[in-house]
Write a protein that binds this ligand. Sequence first.
Ligand code: DAH
Length: 349
Amino acid sequence: MDLDLQNIKQSVEQELGVAKDHGALEAIKIKYLGRQNGLLTQVLRNLKNLSEEEKKKVGPMANEIKNWLTLSLDGAIRKMGNKRSGDQYFFDPTIPGEKQYIGHLHPHTQIARKVADIFLSMGFNVVEGEEVVNDYYNFESLNIPVDHPARDMWDTFYLGDEKGKKLLDEKGKDLLLRTHTTAMQIKTMEHQKPPIKTCVIGKCFRHEATDVSHGYILYQIDGFMVDENISIANLVFILKEFLNTLFGQQVNIRLRPSYFPFTEPSYEVDFSCLSCGGRGCQVCKNSGWVELLGCGMIHPKVLEYAGYPKGKYTGLAFGFGFDRLVMLKYKIEDIRHFHNQNLKFIRQF
Ligand code: DAH
């Protein structure tokens, strides 16, 4: 019996290999699975005449071959599709279709493109910038010297070799993964004379524990503008224009005094909660306002580091967590969803 079954399998394989059209496939089906004289049907029919012991052995094997044969035939029919062969035209409407998922942009990318479009429309240059920078660009030139307590605001990943020794660049400066996109400010200014309007959108890295609102990879947007006579009025206009366009409605903002080493004066900006219209809800913790970003007028020392003549230019700058913006826009509750590659999450957008 085993041998019969093995023979059947072998000859089916061979016949499937040379079947050229649907007629040939149908013939194979009848030859082996035909109700009256199908070779496999006969084996199955004869099972009842076998001893208990043989039944246990042959039964499962025969069923397995039957399933295999059915699947192989289905596969071969599907593969042959509507191919015309001779005068035959075959379309089997009973074969279930396969659902095709059409890929689409990650929610992050969708909003990043929208944000980039808005800043481009306001005349900004939009760049991604470098993720590995040296200490000078990430800290020193932003008025955060070594040992400055403000360094504690950013837990930094320094680059090291396999023995843990810090890697330095050619100027002897520590290399690190940028902790904020602000690291592109001096890099940009060094090569460009005002007027400058640049927006940096990209990845930053922080050496900190993750939770629903913190990841060690985060995305930030940093914008800055340098020219003669730039003032807070420009800053307020740009931020309002940006939020109005992004959210498609009138958004109110308020500025609160704050501290950043690279801006003076510095502010924290909140916008009116869009979920409750300012009445108070979970999103805004019942305050009616949602914290969004840090900003201010670029510190004169930073402009000096850029090599600009003292007192000639002023600048504005602002920076914010991009993940948070996407989370607010789509009501996403956990930042870790963004990069855990869960298609169930991504397909919702
Ligand atoms: N870089 C700051 C941070 O990571 C955010 C920031 C604040 C950027 C003020 C700016 C700014 O450009 O002016 O927390």
